[in-house]
Design a protein. Structure first.
Length: 334
């Protein structure tokens, strides 16, 4: 799966491409920090205008909106560029995988579900990585940028349960986000969701294979197809039930998550010790820090699918290596 990074043929895309994408994401995070600052200034302007009629001019108001528009355009253009580059990067990764599978397909074709591994699982792997990988990088960079910003903004502001402690707000965000993530990991482990996803794909592969064989072999009995589809039906129904249990906990947490920042800021809001602009900056920064810390929580269903795809491809490659060893063949050079 990782020959993309070890084959000299792909070094330019693997390493230069990685640097370009990482740099672009970092610039996008910097723009997000600038947008956060804009929110603070804009809402302070709104508070001033609503408190004292004609305290600001129309030119100042429209100028502020124009500033946001410039930042938004930069963010959109950069986001599109990152998406475009990432798609090409991951297709090259998939190509590196497929080329190796093609080179050893004489040994791989006898493995059950070989065609599905080479075609379906490689495209699933690249598509999942496209969203999951860039989100992980962005979450780390957002945390690096917004964590100190949140600490600076919360200085001198009373936080529920933490009082005036400088690290109260970031501690609250950490406890809330990490606690929810741990809860979901435990729930997914108890429900064995990765195993269920793996079993589901295995049953589907067996059913698909017998259908392909039945196209050319009239001796395949309808009962054989029915038996296999019964297995497919059983594992699907099981997955629906277990994912329902998982979703109950996940959605309940996400709904409570909407109020988390407001709950922590309750003493400061009631006491009126900050302006509307500062409150907006804090809430937005809190949300960004919290969102980064909740990366695993929010991406957990996708992570489960990726883990299942990785497990199938790893198992497939292991069987290929065994077949090659039994045939006294050396692995093709990369």
């Amino acid at each position: 799966m990782f020959k993309f990074f070890t084959n000299p043929k792909w070094y330019a895309w693997a390493y230069i491409g990685s640097v370009v994408i990482l740099t672009s994401i970092w610039v996008q995070v910097q723009i997000d920090v600038m947008i956060n600052e804009w929110f603070g200034e804009f809402y302070d302007m709104i508070q001033k205008a609503l408190g004292t009629p004609n305290a600001i001019t129309m030119q100042e108001y429209m100028g502020s909106l124009a500033s946001f528009a410039q930042l938004a355009v930069l963010s959109i253009v950069l986001g599109l560029a990152i998406s475009f580059l990432t798609s090409h990067f991951l297709f090259r990764w998939r190509t590196a995988m497929v080329e190796w599978y093609h080179s050893v397909y004489d040994k791989a074709r006898t493995i059950e579900g070989a065609s599905q591994r080479v075609q379906e699982d490689t495209i699933k792997f690249s598509r999942i990585m496209e969203g999951l990988g860039t989100s992980l990088i962005e979450s780390v960079l957002v945390l690096i940028e917004f964590f100190p910003l949140l600490m600076t903004l919360s200085i001198g502001i009373p936080i529920l349960w933490f009082g005036d402690w400088q690290y109260g707000l970031v501690s609250g965000a950490f406890i809330w986000a990490v606690g929810g993530t741990i809860l979901m990991i435990i729930l997914a482990w108890v429900l064995r969701l990765v195993g269920i996803e793996y079993d589901l794909q295995k049953k589907e592969a067996a059913y698909r294979k017998i259908l392909v064989i039945a196209e050319d072999d009239g001796s395949i009995r309808p009962k054989t197809l029915d038996e296999l589809f019964d297995g497919v039906r059983s594992i699907h129904f099981k997955s629906y039930l277990y994912y329902l249990y998982f979703s109950i906990g996940r959605l309940a947490y996400l709904q409570a998550n909407v109020l988390a920042a407001y709950i922590f800021l309750a003493p400061a809001i009631v006491a009126g010790v900050m302006t509307l602009g500062v409150m907006q900056q804090i809430i937005r920064a809190f949300g960004r820090v919290e969102g980064s810390l909740q990366y695993l929580f929010r991406a957990w269903p996708t992570i489960i699918e990726l883990a299942s795809v990785y497990k199938r491809l790893r198992e497939f490659e292991t069987k290929i290596e065994i077949n090659m060893h039994e045939g006294n063949l050396e692995s093709p050079s990369e």
